[in-house]
Design a protein around this ligand. Structure first.
Ligand SMILES: [Zn+2]
Length: 106
């Protein structure tokens, strides 16, 4: 991975100031980059780069009436790996579930 593609901790937010629709840069890629806001003011699309560019493509924003607000915000936390919870129980456990560690004394 090239030095300029470090894991990002922020994402760019593009917000239409008329209808309040927000677009998040990390949700778009070459396959799904065509989008518009509810009121038709903002359009999101792809900008092709030159073959020797460091970037494969760019995400572009165009507006009809009012320019968008563009700012960065922290990325949402990544989902935690699923934790399997063992239910707590009262009473006796079957022999197979007992874990007894004996000390080394005779
Ligand atoms: Zn809008």
């Amino acid at each position: 991975m090239p030095f300029f593609q470090k894991d990002s901790t922020t994402r760019t937010v593009i917000k239409c100031t008329e209808c309040e629709r927000t677009f998040y840069s990390d949700e778009y890629n070459r396959e799904n980059v065509a989008d518009s806001c509810h009121c038709g003011n903002l359009h999101i699309g792809i900008i092709e780069t030159l073959p020797d560019s460091a970037y494969d493509h760019l995400i572009g924003t165009w507006y009809e009436r009012v320019p968008p607000e563009i700012y960065d915000e922290p990325l949402p936390p990544k989902p935690e790996p699923e934790v399997i919870e063992i239910p707590r129980r009262m009473g006796f456990y079957p022999e197979s579930e007992k874990t007894t560690k004996l000390s080394g004394s005779g």
